[in-house]
Design a binder for this molecule. Structure first.
Ligand SMILES: CC(=O)N[C@H]1[C@@H](OP(=O)(O)OP(=O)(O)OC[C@H]2O[C@@H](n3ccc(=O)[nH]c3=O)[C@H](O)[C@@H]2O)O[C@H](CO)[C@@H](O)[C@@H]1O
Ligand SMILES: C=C(OP(=O)(O)O)C(=O)O
Length: 427
């Protein structure tokens, strides 16, 4: 759905305090993991985002009834699965939905799931998901863009991932939670979103050891019980606000954060001359003192510098005099923000997947987001730029940021997104 553009008049400092939303990327797999229990599960810390509504639609198609029981709390109940098929129309809306395959294999022993599409920043293969499943005995075939998977008996085996992958680690864990088997995953992702999903499953009675290390062992259990769980804060949203504070040379307090999940970004900001003060669940970012230093960034898997805040960081570096170099090793082509930032006066040249950024002043311009974090980068740039920026493509930004214009206004930004004009109102 097309949304109205976001208008930001920038060049003014941010101030005050902002509460960070719960994590989208932790909440999505946890909602999928709730398919494994026949009992009701209440999740707290579910952000009201379009991606969450999409995943609720997907698990709803499979048999989950849900009810919002608080502003960010939802109860999910899947007494039985009514389908083991997730059609293209649903999977194509969101790549993360591919992990329903693991959940369906666990609960029903079979799954038919469409191949997820690519996205604006490049091809995103699922070969590691497929190899992990096959390595411990799942029969899997692909035809016409559909994967059909079946468990013939208890899952057993060890899979060594060829790279660190969050989604394939989650999928491979989910498949083995129920049943009599035992599987080991080597070179598994240690991402916070893997750990949070495992903590949730273990709280319902699963037996998963080693999450947060590169070796994870899943021992099947006959059944999971219901329960209640709180999802971790969104480190990507927090990182976006930290970067926005630096780009506007402001002092901002973030509440409801996990500072330990943000250390790679905090270290870079400190290196650039931004003060970052860690509280227990809060952070103060202070860039009001003056001149920042350029720096070089290479994204890698957690706990390294995250790809999901690379575009926003590039926007910040475009405001810092001097030369910075940015390379995304997780998604080499995550670069859709570059041409749009250059429209705002940035000087970014891309050579062999590497951004060379000559920082300076930005000015407002009409721009268009082509994906979620490119959109976030444009918001950061717009807050720092003199004059008005009008950002189109807000349907992508809204995938990951709740009530953005309103929350930006609460910290001093001049931001508004007009209400859509309904056809009926135009008669
Ligand atoms: C909904 C969600 O949580 N999305 C996040 C998740 O995506 P997602 O889980 O899809 O990303 P992965 O961690 O799987 O991808 C990491 C790298 O591995 C590659 N790969 C992955 C699987 C596979 O079978 N084969 C393969 O080659 C990918 O192309 C990429 O280069 O982690 C990414 C990396 O932190 C983040 O950018 C996404 O925001
Ligand atoms: C890329 C992202 O999400 P997805 O993996 O769902 O595309 C993201 O959250 O930055």
């Amino acid at each position: 759905m097309q949304l109205t553009p976001l208008h930001i008049t920038g060049g003014r400092p941010l101030h005050g305090e902002i509460a960070v939303q719960p994590s989208k990327n932790a909440a999505l797999p946890i909602i999928v993991a709730s398919l494994l229990s026949p009992e009701p599960v209440t999740l707290h810390g579910i952000p009201r985002l379009s991606d969450i509504f999409t995943i609720l639609e997907i698990v709803g198609h499979l048999g989950t009834r849900h009810a919002w029981v608080g502003p960010n709390s939802v109860t999910l109940h899947t007494p039985e699965l009514v389908s083991t098929e997730t059609p293209y129309a649903l999977v194509s809306k969101m790549r993360a939905s591919f992990i329903v395959m693991g959940a369906l294999l666990s609960r029903a022993g079979e799954a038919t799931v469409s191949m997820p599409g690519g996205c604006a920043f490049g091809v995103r293969p699922v070969d590691q998901h497929v190899k992990a499943f096959r390595s411990y005995g799942v029969e899997l075939s692909e035809e016409g863009g559909n994967f059909e998977a079946r468990r013939r008996g208890p899952l057993r085996g060890t899979y060594v991932f060829e790279m660190l992958t969050v989604g394939a680690t989650q999928n491979a864990i989910l498949a083995a939670v129920l049943g009599e088997g035992q599987v080991t995953l080597e070179n598994a992702s240690i991402d916070t979103d893997v750990v949070d999903m495992v903590n949730f499953l273990n709280s319902l009675g699963a037996d998963i050891q080693g999450a947060g290390t590169n070796t994870i062992q899943v021992t099947g259990v006959p059944r999971l019980r219901g329960g209640e769980y709180r999802v971790i804060p969104d480190r990507i949203e927090a990182g976006t606000f930290m970067i926005a504070a630096a780009a506007t040379r402001s002092r901002l307090t973030l509440t409801g954060v996990r500072p330990d999940h943000l250390r790679a970004l905090s270290a870079k900001l400190l290196e650039m001359g931004v003060a970052v003060l860690e509280g227990r669940d809060s952070l103060i970012v202070d860039a009001s003192a003056g001149r920042l230093q350029p720096t070089n960034i290479t994204t890698v898997e957690y706990p390294g510098f995250p790809t999901d805040i690379q575009p926003q960081m590039s926007a910040l570096l475009a405001t810092v005099p001097g030369t910075s170099v940015v390379m995304d090793k997780v998604y080499a082509d995550r670069l859709t923000h570059v041409v749009e930032l250059n429209r705002m006066g940035a000087h970014i040249v891309v050579s062999e997947h590497t951004q060379v950024i000559q920082g300076g002043a930005l000015h407002g311009a009409p721009v268009k987001a082509a994906d979620i974090r490119a959109g976030a980068a444009l918001v950061v740039a717009a807050l720092a730029a003199e004059g008005e920026t009008v950002i189109e493509g807000m349907q992508y930004v809204n995938r990951g940021y709740e009530r953005l214009a309103e929350r930006l206004r609460s910290i001093g930004a001049q931001a508004y997104q007009p209400e859509p004009v309904l056809a009926a109102a135009m008669d």
